[in-house]
Design a protein around this ligand. Structure first.
Ligand code: PA5
Length: 504
């Protein structure tokens, strides 16, 4: 099993030399050694505060509500969820209460996968934090053309669609056209009150009934995931007398965008054939590393410190640059995590996901020569080796050797063609590496701040660690900025205005 090598000394170390690969801050980026060293104290305070809040998470639900009423924000359970799920699964006592176990998630995922001959489509309905984590995992690990492949080539799982991320009728209508017949529905809403999800649920539920599912059979087709809050309609729909869905519950004190390692992200991932145990192990191990108060020994703290320093120097745009297209949705997930957590009180960086080399032909110009207001972080996978669908010997596609074919000899000699003749036989991984190194060198020559997150591979274990590290870093950075990284009070304004306009 791989370990996530997010070595702060390499990944975000301050590099005075101009060796490649470059990473981290140099004084040319406007952050002096002394300024950076001075962040050690604020980082340590932020980490300790996060740990203190974590301790509140083992309270009982009534105590949690009481603390909330006193103004405490205790959504820090995401720190403990991966380890708690694994402990519980292994028969050990979990450190926080778990309303739904990992076994329950795996049981339902297995059932969905076994029904693939009968119902070959699994629709995940949710928005924001109830969508982006699952979509990131699906994109990172499933075949990019998953839904177009025959079942044996997609690891034995059903086709997977995401719904409810807009209120554009074309989205719903076209999905229903594509689905054709019956489907399995996974409706996810922590609050159980989100309009987009509620509207999508009505449309998809009606489609199931129109397609021959009897109301009393609905629970064979619908799995809900929700929180324990009293307003969640999903809880009511799962209970007597409706009983129209089976339910997985989110642990208390986990916010939507921090919920990827709860049933919110784990059920769709397990249905897609992702090894969720390995994912959770990576996340749990990363948590342990990120509780260290010393920023030089804590990857998340180091990430937060570097980005905080750059933000203070005017790098208000934060580019996460992916060199594998299948990681783009992890970037979108981070966009939400960063924007909704830190975009408060007139502060906060603007996150931007970029895929290279695609975006070097669009945004690249601006990154290179536009305003000096951005920090660029490359996400680098050192060994892009085959990863297998959980429980099968089927490998997903990876960066395994693809060589550049030559062109006919006569044409080459006659025209000189495009000057790429000497590259025939070289691997695309070599091109990707050269493009990255060339891009880094160009940024460096123009003193554009950048850093590298270096991952050993793209396995579940590694990606689990990466996502947990980014969540922890976001909390630490929020605390350094004096922002509550949990909650999203600003989003409520549009909802309120929208409902005022819809009042009967
Ligand atoms: O991060 C968050 O909390 C939000 O983005 C929510 O996930 C999003 O608004 C959806 O909420 P819910 O899961 O309650 O439907």
């Amino acid at each position: 099993m791989s370990t996530l090598r997010f070595d702060p000394h390499r990944a975000f170390a301050r590099s005075d030399g101009r060796s490649d690969p470059t990473s981290g801050l140099t004084p040319e980026h406007g952050v002096t050694d002394a300024e950076f060293a001075a962040l050690a104290g604020p980082v340590e305070r932020a980490v300790r505060e996060m740990i203190d809040e974590r301790c509140l998470c083992s309270l009982r639900p009534a105590q949690v509500e009481a603390r909330r009423a006193q103004g405490y924000d205790i959504d820090a359970s995401f720190l403990d969820v991966p380890g708690a799920l694994l402990d519980d699964h292994a028969g050990r006592r979990p450190v926080i209460p778990l309303p739904s176990s990992l076994s329950a998630v795996l049981f339902l995922a297995d059932e969905v996968r076994k029904r693939v001959a009968e119902v070959d489509a699994f629709v995940v309905l949710g928005i924001g934090g109830s969508f982006l984590g699952a979509s990131a995992l699906m994109n990172a690990f499933a075949h990019p053309f998953h839904n177009e492949l025959p079942v044996d080539q997609r690891g034995g799982g059903p086709r997977i669609y995401f719904a409810g991320t807009t209120i554009d009728p074309v989205d719903h209508r076209s999905l229903l056209d594509r689905l054709g017949g019956k489907f399995l529905l996974n409706v996810i809403s922590k609050s159980g009150t989100t309009f987009e999800t509620a509207a999508g649920y009505r449309v998809l539920r009606k489609a199931l009934i129109d397609r021959g599912v009897k109301p009393e059979e609905l629970s064979r087709y619908i799995i809900g995931v929700t929180g324990a809050g009293p307003r969640s309609v999903l809880q009511k729909l799962a209970a007597e007398p409706h009983k129209e869905m089976r339910l997985l519950m989110m642990p208390e004190c986990v916010g939507g965008r921090y919920s990827v390692f709860t049933p919110v992200g784990l059920l769709p991932a397990a249905v897609a054939g992702v090894d969720v145990l390995s994912l959770l192990r990576g996340a749990a191990e990363m948590t342990e590393r990120c509780l260290e108060p010393d920023m030089n020994a804590n990857p998340a703290a180091h990430y937060a410190a570097v980005h905080y320093a750059l933000y203070q120097k005017g790098c208000h745009i934060r580019v996460l640059s992916m060199w594998q297209k299948r990681l783009e949705a992890i970037g979108w997930w981070y966009d939400q995590l960063c924007a909704e957590s830190l975009g408060k009180k007139g502060l906060g960086p603007t996150p931007l996901t970029s895929v290279c080399t695609r975006d070097l032909h669009s945004r690249g110009q601006q990154h290179q020569q536009g305003l000096y207001n951005r920090a660029i972080t490359n996400l680098i996978i050192e060994r892009d080796e085959p990863v297998f669908y959980a429980g099968t010997d089927k490998a997903r596609p990876t960066g395994a050797a693809l060589e550049l074919p030559g062109v006919p000899q006569d044409l080459t000699e006659k025209d000189g063609l495009d000057g790429y003749r000497h590259l025939a036989g070289k691997g695309f991984d070599v091109f990707n590496k050269a493009a990255r190194s060339g891009t880094n060198a160009a940024y460096r020559d123009d003193d554009r701040p950048m850093a590298d997150i270096i991952l050993p591979d793209a396995s579940e274990h590694t990606i689990g660690g990466l996502m947990q590290m980014l969540m922890i870093a976001t909390v630490i950075e929020g605390k350094m900025l004096g922002i509550n990284p949990y909650g999203q009070p600003g989003v409520e304004a549009y909802k309120r205005n929208m409902m005022l306009r819809l009042k009967g």
